[in-house]
Structure formats: C-alpha cells, structure tokens
Design a protein around this ligand. Structure first.
Ligand code: TYM
Length: 352
C-alpha cells in the first residue's frame, strides 16, 4: 500500500543508538503535521490523517498541529481564530482515533526548539533551493513582493519539525513531497559539514488518495481555501450530498478509471481510498450504473466515516479542560527529545 519516495536507509544518530532497547528492534519513528488553518477536508483525511490512525501501532508516532506555519499567510493572523483553530485541530485528530498514549499531538509553538532549529537550518539552506519550492510559488501568487518572509522559509521550519525528533518516515500527501526532499538536502549538507547530527528522513506517500482534487475544478488540488470544492470533515450529510451532486464530471456514462476524465477519476480515487478496493473491483461494481449511483454511494461512505468523528469531536470541544490537559501532556512528552536534538545541533555548529 505504501509507496516511499526514497530507498536510502535512514542514518542512526548517537541518541538513537543509545535509546534502542536491548534485543528489541526499535519501531521506526514517524512525524507528521497539519496546519491550524481551519477544518480539515476529505483530502487531508484520505491523503494523510487516516493513515496516521491506522498505523499508530506500527510506528513510534509524533504529530503536531503547526500553528507557526499557519501564520505564514496574513489571513490566518487573527489571534482568536488561530488559537481556536489550533484547539479544534487537536480535537479532530483525537476524534479520528489518535491515541494520546501512542501518538501525542502537540502544538508546534509550545516547543521553542522548532523556531530555534529553523533559524540554524535556514543558515545552511541555499536561496536556490527555496526558490524552487512550488508551494511558495502557488501560495504567494502574482503578488510575490507582498508574500511574507515566513512563507518563503516555510519549508525550513518544516525541516526543523521533522529533524528535531530523529524522524525516519514522514507520512504526507503528495503536495509535501518537495518539502521532504528539501529536508533531505538540508540533512545531507549539515551532516557533511558539521558531522553526523540528523537522521535522514523519507517521505511516506501512498499510492491512493495522496492527491485529492477539488470537486469543482479537478485540475486543482482540493484545499481549505476553496470550500465549495472541498468536503470538510464537519460538513453535514446534506452538505456532503450537495457537494458530491455538484462535483464536476463529464458527459460520458461509463464509470471507469480514466486519467483523462479528471472529475470522474477524482471521485473514483475518493471511493477507492474509502473502500480500499482495487480499480477492477470498483469498475465491476459500477458496471451498468451511472454518476448518480457513484455520487450516492460516495455520500453514504463519507457520512458513515465522518459522523462518528463529528460526535467525538464535539465531545472534545465541549470538554476544554481535558483538551488542554492532553495538549500540555503531549508537549511535555516530546520536549526533551526536541531539546536534546537542538543541543546536539548547536554543539555541532559551535554555538553557545
Ligand atoms: P497541510 O496542513 O496542508 O495538510 C495536512 C496533510 O494533508 C495532506 N493534504 C492532502 N492529501 C491529499 N489530497 C489533498 N488535496 C491534500 N491536501 C492536503 C498534506 O499533504 C498533509 O500531509 N506543510 C504541511 C504541514 C507540516 C508538516 C510538517 C508535515 C508542517 N510541518 C512536518 C509533515 C512533517 C502542510 O501544509 O500540511
């Protein structure tokens, strides 16, 4: 099911070797993050979040809600909204089934080492590397002069998130591939120049669901900034039904995986991610049926998955004390590791 981007074995740092229990192979560490920029959508869920939950016993897990990344664009610099969005995102990650014992969900700004390491990594990253980042180009748009410096160095902060925890694998959607490649470049340059300090991480990008497209424009990636084309994880059954009903398709009738028929292909990809069925099985299932049946089944599948999440989400949101306690406990759990890695990197660079 998984499709890794790189085959290189992650290096082991001194800390990692010390921590490995005698005789027991250490589980690989995964770290991933999500921005607190609003309610996650079906693309976030199918491309990343559902795998985090499904595989939490396989790995040593760490997840973060990246509020420092959220403020890289001015529309998310509303303090009250950001604070609430951060809590809401943690609540959603708990609601979908991340177990705080196995998979702490912390808030990025609670661990100061992220910003500190990002500065250091920025000093070994070339402008040429950052100039190539697709995400900056698409988020900055035409008005590049007014984009923030934070948006430009966004990928360096993401590298810090990953490297602080000696991460082996980074489970993400396809849009983050280039950022993980940049992280690897940073590791290779840093380790070569200052001695082996960081683990070389790999992206973990799935074959199915890694790039869910907008329902209104299947040429574009589904995104929180375009709510009409995205099914939010808090949408009601009526909204979900309406959004699928309006999803762009074409005038042909057969229900088959055809890359040329982008709208249909996207709907079938969503169907496939929810059901884990093969393309052949799905095509056989829909033989002789039309868009109406496909869209109706998609509605039922989505509602069935999201409704229980919404119930649990509301429970967490209604119990602020528990939520704050879990957030604080997660930060306490991960902070020693982040601080140790930061110290190691500072020592390697001769800081202090
Ligand atoms: P973010 O918040 O944009 O998205 C969270 C996760 O959802 C995936 N994703 C998608 N997958 C499939 N189809 C889509 N349309 C779609 N849209 C989003 C993303 O690939 C991601 O896995 N930079 C990251 C957050 C981050 C991070 C990190 C991730 C910060 N630090 C360290 C991993 C490790 C981001 O913007 O994700």
């Amino acid at each position: 099911m998984s499709n890794k981007t790189a085959a290189a074995e992650p290096e082991k740092t001194h800390t990692e070797q010390q921590e490995k229990p005698q005789g027991a192979p250490r589980k690989k560490r995964i770290l991933s993050g999500i921005q607190s920029t609003g309610v996650p959508h079906i693309g976030n869920y199918l491309g990343a979040m559902r795998h985090w939950v499904a595989e939490q016993d396989m790995y040593d897990n760490i997840f973060c809600v990246v509020d420092l990344h959220a403020i890289t664009v001015p529309q998310h610099q509303n303090p009250k909204e950001l604070h609430a969005n951060t809590r809401n995102m943690v609540a959603m990650l708990l609601a979908i089934g991340l177990d705080p014992e196995k998979a702490p969900v912390f808030v990025q700004s609670h661990i100061s080492a992220h910003a500190e390491l990002a500065w250091m990594l920025g000093c070994v990253s070339s402008l040429g590397w950052l100039n190539r980042m697709h995400q900056f180009k698409s988020k900055a748009g035409e008005d590049r002069e007014n984009a923030t410096a934070g948006l430009y160095t966004y990928p360096v902060l993401m590298a810090a998130d990953i490297l602080l925890y000696d991460t082996n694998l980074v489970p993400v959607g396809d849009d983050q591939r280039q950022h993980i490649e940049l992280t690897r470049d940073i590791v290779l340059r840093f380790n070569e120049h200052f001695g082996k300090t960081f683990v070389l991480p790999e992206a973990l990008i799935r074959e199915h669901g890694a790039r869910i497209m907008s329902l209104t424009d299947p040429e574009r990636k589904m995104s929180k900034s375009e709510p009409d084309g995205a099914i939010s994880m808090l949408d009601t059954p009526t909204q979900i039904k309406k959004k699928y009903a309006r999803a762009v398709t074409d005038s042909q009738t057969s229900i088959v995986f055809d890359l040329e028929r982008k709208g249909l292909y996207n709907l079938l990809s969503i169907y496939q991610s929810f059901t884990d069925k093969s393309a052949a099985e799905i095509e056989e299932h829909f033989a002789g049926k039309g868009y109406k049946e496909l869209k109706s089944e998609l509605t039922d599948l989505t509602v069935a998955v999201f409704e229980p999440f919404q119930r649990k989400y509301n429970e967490y949101i209604g119990d602020k004390a528990t939520l704050e306690h879990l957030i604080a406990a997660a930060a306490d759990k991960v902070r020693p590791r982040a601080d140790a890695t930061l110290k190691r990197a500072q020592k390697a660079m001769g800081l202090g």
